[in-house]
Design a protein around this ligand. Structure first.
Ligand SMILES: C[S@@+](CC[C@H](N)C(=O)[O-])C[C@H]1O[C@@H](n2cnc3c(N)ncnc32)[C@H](O)[C@@H]1O
Length: 255
C-alpha cells in the first residue's frame, strides 16, 4: 500500500510579503541579497501587545533618505563623534536602517522591533551583511517593545521612520526624559515622515536642529513609487521626498 505524498510545506507569509499582495522588490535587496522589501499595514502586525493598535506599518526607509538625514545630523554639531555614538533604530522592521547605519563607524547599531517575524528576518539580514563584509561596527536586533529598551550609556542617536502613533510617541518621550535626565546632549532624535512631530514640540527638554524635506535618490523614488502603485489596499502614498526633523535633548531645565 502506498502512502499519500506529503503535502508540500507552505510558508505562511505576512500580508504584504507575497506577490499576490503587491510585493515588489526594492533594488537594495537585489543588489545585496537581503530581504527588506514589502509594505505591511500596522493592523497585520499584531503580536498581542497593548501597543499593537498604534503600530503604523512596516516599510523600509529609502537608503538615500537615511543617508541624507545622518549627514544633516553629523553637520549639526552632536555631542559625541560618530565613533562615540550608538545608533538606535526604533521600530527596526527587517533591519534596512540598521544595515545602512552599520556601514558607518558608529560605536554600535541596535534595532528595536516589536514583531517577532520581522525581527527574525532582520537577524538574517544582519548575518548576510556581516558575510558581505559591509558592517563596520557591531550590530544587533532586540525583539521587544520600545519602552522596554535599555538605553546604553554614552551619546545615542535614535532613528524613527514613523513607527507608531501619538500614544506610544508620548510614552517614549516620557521614558527618554527619565533615562536621559542629567545627560544633556547625549540623545538626538532623527525622525523620518515625522507625523507626530507635535508630540515632541510639546515636550520640555528638546531643541529642534533640523526640519525639512530630504529627497529620495532617483533609484529610491522609482522603487517607492512602484511599490506604492502595487500595494494591495492602496492606502499609502509616496512622494519624492520625506518630511524629516532632527531633535536634541538639552534637558528640561534648559528649554
Ligand atoms: C515604518 S517601519 C520602519 C522600519 C525601519 N526602521 C526602516 O527604516 O527600515 C516601523 C517599524 O516599527 C515597528 N514598531 C511599531 N511599534 C513598535 C513598538 N512599540 N516597539 C518596537 N517596534 C515597533 C513596526 O513593527 C515596524 O516594523
Amino acid at each position: 500500500m502506498s502512502t499519500p505524498p506529503k503535502k508540500a510545506a507552505t510558508r505562511r507569509l505576512l500580508p504584504g510579503l507575497s506577490v499576490k499582495d503587491g510585493y515588489t522588490v526594492h533594488p537594495f535587496d537585489l543588489k545585496y541579497g537581503v530581504r527588506t522589501s514589502g509594505l505591511i499595514a500596522g493592523r497585520h502586525l499584531g503580536v498581542g501587545h497593548a501597543h499593537d493598535k498604534h503600530n503604523t506599518a512596516y516599510y523600509g526607509v529609502a537608503p538615500s533618505v537615511l543617508k541624507g538625514l545622518v549627514k544633516v545630523w553629523r553637520e549639526s554639531g552632536p555631542l559625541g563623534s560618530v565613533e562615540e555614538t550608538t545608533f538606535v533604530d526604533i521600530g527596526a522592521g527587517m533591519g534596512r536602517a540598521v544595515l545602512l547605519a552599520a556601514e558607518m563607524p558608529f560605536k554600535e547599531v541596535i534595532g528595536v522591533e516589536l514583531h517577532k517575524t520581522l525581527a527574525k528576518i532582520a537577524e538574517k539580514n544582519l548575518a548576510r551583511w556581516r558575510e558581505l563584509g559591509r558592517a563596520r561596527t557591531s550590530m544587533r536586533v532586540v525583539n521587544i517593545d520600545v519602552l522596554e529598551f535599555e538605553w546604553p550609556s554614552g551619546p545615542c542617536v535614535a532613528f524613527l521612520f514613523n513607527p507608531f502613533g501619538a500614544v506610544v510617541m508620548r510614552r517614549l518621550m516620557l521614558r527618554m526624559a527619565e533615562v536621559f535626565e542629567g545627560r544633556q546632549g547625549e540623545l538626538d532624535l532623527l525622525y523620518v515622515n515625522d507625523e507626530q512631530e507635535v508630540v515632541i514640540e510639546r515636550q520640555k527638554g528638546w531643541k529642534r536642529f533640523f526640519v525639512g524635506k530630504i529627497h529620495r535618490s532617483r533609484e529610491d523614488a522609482i522603487a517607492d513609487h512602484r511599490i506604492m502603485a502595487n500595494q494591495p489596499e492602496g492606502e499609502y502614498a509616496s512622494t519624492n521626498s520625506e518630511d524629516c526633523s532632527g531633535w536634541r535633548w538639552v534637558g528640561k531645565e534648559r528649554s
